[in-house]
Design a protein around this ligand. Structure first.
Ligand code: NAP
Length: 377
């Protein structure tokens, strides 16, 4: 993994969205790709100007996702502007109920209220909706999917059967946590999980990233920081996650981790608690995860399991004190795990502490959704 800082992704309309990892498959197989595209689905990207929407385009391009047409949808504010994707210019269209006519797969990332208003409309028109918001995640009958964790939840769902559906992408912190915890859970059964998150600005969208950059400049210049997105100073500070606080004292982000883990693992008994914190990191979340197991699992076995887990890399160099960092995973597909150690507060090999980092715009949102879409083809 490269440690070079990846530039902050910005919403540059009319700029080329060249993938961070150009695929060598592009050129030798151009003709095969062209024919795959002709038979591919018609897709729509809802919220294409946002942090996740822009990442959708990069991921679709990186993975050579086949499509015969693509619609770029956003709000009225962006309608009529041009966006460049894979050497073609597209006009951004305003999202309306008619946007989904002739569409097979829609990737939604325009917020929960937009998903609630337009997701069912699209599904009723036979569209496979992969939704990044929390609008439908806990609904019965809506699969909540991490392809490496519970692909079986997508059984029977395929594009082209004339039937639409809504499939939910889990919360970004849940995805990053479960990418690492699930392989261990499969081996030793997690009884209890305690998570503390260190969440980046990117998780709150493009405007939050811009505000962190602006505030950093302002504070260094001795000016009062502009606080439009968050109500308090973010640069050179950290605070409890900005999600609303619930009557039980947890915030919504924390309770998403609790409830979504149970649904994804199909285990209503697993005990999960979380504390979610925003840190002034531009991109990629970090999480400290404490696991208590039903069956013994030692450090070495845990490392071996994680090294072989799909979508996971182990960065665990105790001698060099080198472990995962948000910078190292920014713009990367894999979730990195390190600090793998026996929890000394528990007897025997029934507890582990791990530290996980993942790019939540990528694996925590766009990549996971595109992987789901691939499984629907
Ligand atoms: N950021 C993450 O890491 C992350 C991770 C997982 C899930 N999510 C979820 O993904 C969604 C988007 O997040 P984001 O971070 O990409 O936010 P963002 O950067 O603020 O982008 C929001 C997008 O929604 C569009 N939009 C807003 N109002 C609209 C309307 N009335 N009609 C159509 N489009 C509209 C915006 O279009 P305009 O530019 O035209 O306003 C923009 O494209 C949210 O539900 C978020 O919870 C985000």
């Amino acid at each position: 993994m490269s440690t070079a800082f990846s530039p902050i992704p910005r919403v540059h309309l009319r700029t080329s969205l060249s993938p961070p990892h150009p695929s060598p498959r592009h050129f030798p197989f151009a003709r095969i790709r062209a024919s795959l595209q002709e038979s591919g689905p018609s897709i729509a990207v809802v919220g294409v100007t946002g942090a996740v929407g822009q990442e959708f385009l990069r991921v679709l391009s990186d993975r050579d996702f086949p499509y015969r047409s693509i619609k770029m949808l956003a709000s009225k504010r962006s309608a009529g502007r041009s966006i460049s994707f894979q050497d073609k210019d597209y006009l951004i269209e305003e999202l309306t109920g008619d946007s989904f006519d002739g569409v097979d797969v829609a990737l939604f990332s325009a917020g929960g209220s937009i998903s609630k208003a337009f997701g069912p409309v699209a599904a009723s028109k036979g569209v496979m909706v992969v939704d990044n918001s929390s609008a439908f995640r806990m609904d019965d009958g809506v699969p909540l999917v991490i392809p490496e964790v519970n692909p079986e939840a997508l059984e029977g769902l395929k594009v082209g059967k004339g039937k639409g559906a809504i499939i939910a992408n889990p919360n970004c912190s849940t995805i990053i946590c479960l990418m690492a915890a699930t392989p261990l859970h499969r081996h030793a059964t997690v009884k209890r999980m305690v998570v503390s998150t260190y969440q980046a600005a990117s998780g709150a969208g493009a405007a939050a990233m811009e505000e962190l950059e602006l505030q950093t400049r302002e504070v260094l210049e001795g000016k009062p920081p502009t606080c439009n997105i968050f109500k308090e100073q973010y640069a050179f500070n950290l605070f409890s996650h900005n999600a609303p606080v619930l009557p039980n004292g947890y915030n919504e982000e924390e309770m998403k981790m609790v409830k979504e883990t149970r649904k994804i693992w199909n285990d209503s008994n697993v005990k999960v608690t979380a504390t979610c914190i925003r840190v002034p990191v531009m991109r990629a979340h970090a999480e400290s995860v404490n696991l208590q197991f039903q069956n013994p699992l030692d450090e070495d076995k845990a490392k071996e399991i994680l090294k072989n887990a799909p979508g996971v890399v182990v960065i665990d160099d105790r001698a060099a004190n080198h472990f995962p960092t948000p910078l190292e995973v920014s713009n990367k597909d894999d979730v990195a795990v390190g600090r793998i150690r026996r929890d000394v507060s528990q007897d025997g090999n029934y507890g582990l502490d791990i530290f996980v980092c993942g790019d939540q715009i990528r694996k925590g949102a766009a990549l996971n959704a595109v992987q789901i879409a691939e499984m629907l083809l």
